[in-house]
Design a protein. Structure first.
Lengths: 139, 302
């Protein structure tokens, strides 16, 4: 664990608005190469994010912030971390019921391809993020 | 009541109800201009970060000029033009200005032996091209007053797919946007912007005091793939801002059209009520003269 004197300045920005701003102890994101964890003092990185995955931010007081991030990239430079997502939703903004019904609708459809596959992925990420935030499934 | 007076009163009532509607539309449009502007501003941080990242990736990538989205074909033959119009009318010349600009662009391109394929946003534009039986590359309707990023993404995916298709198979090698630039509440103009192919600008960045040079990033997975991932997003975002700008312009145009409609209605009500008053006065005068005439006749016969 990084010592508490060193913190990251994190900004989560989606195409439509700036979503979240603040200090954090660590950040975990998912790139096509796998999960990547960022602590203060990380070397400069510019990485693409996978099509849809949860982003985990740990605030200085230990609170965990979960964001469903769909596409985009993030950059680390010094202590600044910018997560630039095409679409991003904070856990509390996610309509869990809607995501679940979308998921079951796609699954009931049987054949999953192209556009539907990414919709499925998005629904799964939303459910995961909203679920963890509500403590339904322990992480 | 005289027939003439009744006709005037009826017309005043009908103009009054029209005025109520135009007034309401004017108010709605003005509040939506502000909303569209706010969304435009809210999308700026994304663009700045994206821009910085593209710059960094382009510096890191082997040869940017060979990228498929960069200018490469010597002789271009086909261009897609995204024309942004309104879904609904009653916005003055908003849609027809954009269409006119697109037609001017088409003439320009034809002189260079480039055929234009319209991709149309907004019901007004779609019906224009459909009426003239001109083939469209794509039609997008139902969101022009409040476009979302998902709408822009959908258009961007289609345009990029057309761009990546070889010409022989029906692809295009240029993409333009005709949108309405929002300069201020009172001034908007249709503009043309080429979005693809991209061009490399070798600009000498002047050192700004206190600003650090971009850090040497480690790219994940590598600079080329990062650039491949980012450039389409830049296109999507350009389309998104164009849609938002056009939406703000649409509302501004509608507000102006509805304002003058309201003013005209007021003017009409004023002149109509003047005539109605005249008719009423004439009626009264006539009645009096009839009574007086009748009384005179009676006293004379006595």
């Amino acid at each position: 664990m990084a010592d508490s004197g060193k913190l990251l300045n994190v900004a989560v920005v989606s195409a439509e608005r700036a979503l979240w701003n603040g200090q954090a102890r660590s950040l975990v994101a998912k790139t096509p190469e796998g999960d990547i964890g960022i602590l203060a003092g990380h070397e400069p990185v510019l990485a693409l994010l996978v099509e849809s995955a949860p982003l985990r931010i740990e605030e200085p007081d230990g609170t965990k912030v979960l964001v469903a991030v769909h596409g985009g990239f993030f950059s680390v430079a010094g202590s600044d971390v910018n997560v630039i997502a095409e679409v991003a939703e904070l856990a509390e903004d996610i309509d869990l019921g809607r995501a679940q019904s979308a998921l079951s609708r796609i699954q009931a459809d049987g054949v999953v391809d192209g556009e539907e596959a990414s919709a499925l992925k998005r629904a799964e990420t939303r459910i995961q993020v909203a679920g963890v935030a509500k403590g339904i499934s322990a992480h | 009541m005289g027939a003439q007076l009744r006709v005037y009163r009826r017309r005043i009532r009908s103009v009054q109800s029209t005025k109520k509607i135009t007034k309401a539309m004017e108010l709605i449009a003005s509040s939506r201009i502000v909303k569209a502007q706010q969304r435009l501003e809210a999308s700026l941080p994304y663009l700045q970060h994206l821009y910085a990242a593209i710059n960094a990736a382009a510096t890191g990538a082997a040869d940017v000029r060979k990228h498929p989205l960069m200018a490469n074909a010597e002789q271009r033959t086909k261009a897609a033009v995204l024309v942004v119009t309104a879904d609904r009318g009653l916005a003055g010349a908003y849609s027809s200005n954009a269409i006119k600009e697109a037609e001017a662009l088409a003439t320009n391109l034809r002189e260079k032996d480039i055929t234009m394929v319209p991709y149309v946003v907004g019901r007004k534009g779609v019906s224009y091209y459909r009426f003239r039986e001109r083939a469209m590359g794509g039609e997008y309707t139902g969101f022009t007053d409040q476009p979302t990023y998902a709408d822009a993404r959908r258009i961007g995916d289609d345009l990029l797919a057309a761009f990546m298709t070889p010409i022989e198979e029906g692809g295009v090698d240029e993409i333009h946007i005709v949108y309405t630039h929002f300069t201020s509440m009172v001034s908007q103009e249709a503009r043309i912007r080429r979005i693809l192919p991209l061009e490399v600008v070798d600009e000498v960045v002047e050192k700004v005091e206190g600003q650090l040079p971009p850090p040497l990033y480690e790219f994940e997975p590598d600079a080329e793939s990062v650039l491949d991932g980012l450039l389409p997003r830049y296109i999507d975002h350009t389309i998104y801002t164009s849609l938002l700008m056009s939406a703000a312009s649409e509302h501004a145009a509608r507000r102006r059209a509805m304002k003058s409609a309201t003013d005209n209605a007021e003017e009409m009500i004023r002149s109509l009520s003047r005539r109605a008053n005249q008719a009423r006065q004439a009626e009264i005068t006539q009645e009096i003269s009839e009574i007086v005439g009748g009384a005179d006749a009676l006293s004379a016969s006595r």
